[in-house]
Write a protein that binds this ligand. Structure first.
Ligand code: URA
Length: 438
């Protein structure tokens, strides 16, 4: 087989066989296929797409390029959740403890922040002592004892994706449905859970800018997962405004804790309840109303919050920070972003909010950058709110005062104020769940 012929076939929009795809991925991981040929191939996929069969074969080849984690040492059904990435997305910190409090195990591997989007691992590492790099035996042990564990993804989960993603990032081939679907699903299938709930984001802060594209991506990922024998469902959710009010690591942990106390922002609370409900549905805990009641009860009773504290403790973290969030360090410098005129907030560009939080050092400019865990943004107003000129729209936090002016300008530019109140949009836009019982 020759890579040249595989590129030519894709260029002419011909279907590749499983043997060709597997040979290509194995060769790329071994280093036999150079980056320039793989880049040409991915650009051909970007323009010509892939058939469902090709996409499934590519996903499986990528998943099998490293460890396929066997979670059978953990008793019961294991449910995973994955968000396609957003700004202010701290749902895992809320949803995983809720689901565990309802008796379903969550053994989850998460990532660090990517570009303008935050990552669960950075948020967890903002809790003093929390170790995200424990070994597999300890991971299984914690899930068996507490019902949940969230750790960093080990280097050998889908190594083909790691190499491909780095190349896509610099060859303008990230935003391709078959490439995103295979990238995400290869890691999820390799991570071993029985059921997977996908939170596919759409809007100005997401990879998918329109509902149609997000639906197409969700449909493909669900199909790939179900074909691989897992129970997979997806919610398509709004990322046209940041989720909740807090952006930045410890600020988001605090907001997640407040949400588990039943005192979170409405959009974050609503989305977490629906995500947890669909995870319980996948785990066969009952019909949708029963599952939703179980979720609400886990919050009201305080059981979900206690699960988060237990997980933090099991990972060597100081659970006192969960019980009393006043203990988190506060950033030394703050600045208020003011409304430039009176009117309704018509839009806030979410990607720009993410970029402003990176400027404040809540995220990484380069892979080597150190994160300021207390840095970030707290939004005081959201889309649809009325502001008078000079009202505070957001508060910026950082330990590097040189960063405040730049971040403030980005945020001011990202916020559009108009005379007419915009229509309220639902946070859950569509649901793909063939296991839904009502
Ligand atoms: N997240 C991933 O893991 N892969 C993509 O391609 C996009 C988002």
């Amino acid at each position: 087989m020759r890579m040249y012929d595989i590129i030519t076939k894709k260029k002419h929009n011909e279907e590749l066989t499983n043997e060709e795809i597997t040979w290509m991925i194995e060769g790329f991981v071994k280093g036999d296929i150079p980056d320039y040929q793989m880049s040409a191939f991915m650009m051909a996929v970007y323009f010509n797409g892939m058939t469902d069969e090709e996409m499934t074969n590519l996903t499986m080849a990528m998943a099998k390029s490293g460890d396929m984690v066997d979670l059978s040492a953990i008793e019961g059904i294991k449910v995973d959740k994955h968000s396609t990435g957003g700004v202010g997305d701290k749902t895992t910190l809320v949803v995983a403890p809720i689901v565990a409090a309802c008796g379903v195990k969550v053994a989850k591997m998460s990532g660090k922040g990517l570009g303008h989007t935050g990552g669960t691992i950075d948020k967890l590492e903002s809790i003093p002592g929390y170790n995200t790099t424990i070994g597999r035996e300890e991971f299984f042990d914690i899930v068996n004892k507490t019902g949940l564990s969230v750790i960093g993804q080990s280097g050998n989960i889908a190594p083909a994706d790691k190499k491909l993603y780095a190349l896509r990032d610099v060859t303008a081939t990230v935003d391709s449905v078959p490439l995103i679907a295979s990238s995400i699903m290869s890691k999820k299938l390799a991570s071993g859970s029985d059921c997977i709930l996908l939170d596919v984001k759409m809007g100005s802060g997401a990879f998918m800018k329109t509902e149609e594209d997000a639906y197409l991506l969700a449909e493909k990922m669900v199909e790939i997962g179900n074909k691989a024998g897992r129970k997979v469902a997806a919610l398509i959710t709004d990322m046209d405004i940041p989720l909740g009010n807090a952006i930045g690591n410890s600020l988001e942990v605090i907001e997640a804790v407040n949400t588990l106390k039943g005192q979170g922002p409405e959009d974050l609370t609503d989305i977490c309840i629906e995500l947890a409900t669909h995870m319980l549905l996948l785990a066969d805990k009952g019909d949708i109303d029963t599952c939703r009641e179980m979720v609400k009860d886990a919050i009201k009773s305080g059981k979900a919050l206690e699960k988060l504290a237990l997980m933090v403790e099991a990972h060597g973290g100081n659970a006192e920070y969960i019980r009393n969030t006043e203990l988190f360090d506060k950033a030394q410098h703050t600045m208020e972003v003011k409304a430039s005129k009176s009117g309704y907030i018509a839009s806030i560009n979410t990607e720009q909010c993410g970029i402003a939080s990176v400027v404040l050092e809540a995220g990484r400019e380069t892979k080597e950058s150190l994160i300021d865990y207390s840095a970030g943004i707290v939004l005081k107003k959201k889309v649809g709110d009325y502001v008078n000129q000079g009202d505070t729209i957001a508060v910026l936090y950082t330990n590097n005062c040189n960063k405040l002016e730049g971040a403030c300008k980005i945020l001011e530019d990202s916020c559009k104020i108009r005379e007419v109140q915009p229509e309220k949009r639902p946070i859950i836009l569509r649901i793909i769940n063939k296991f839904l019982k009502s």
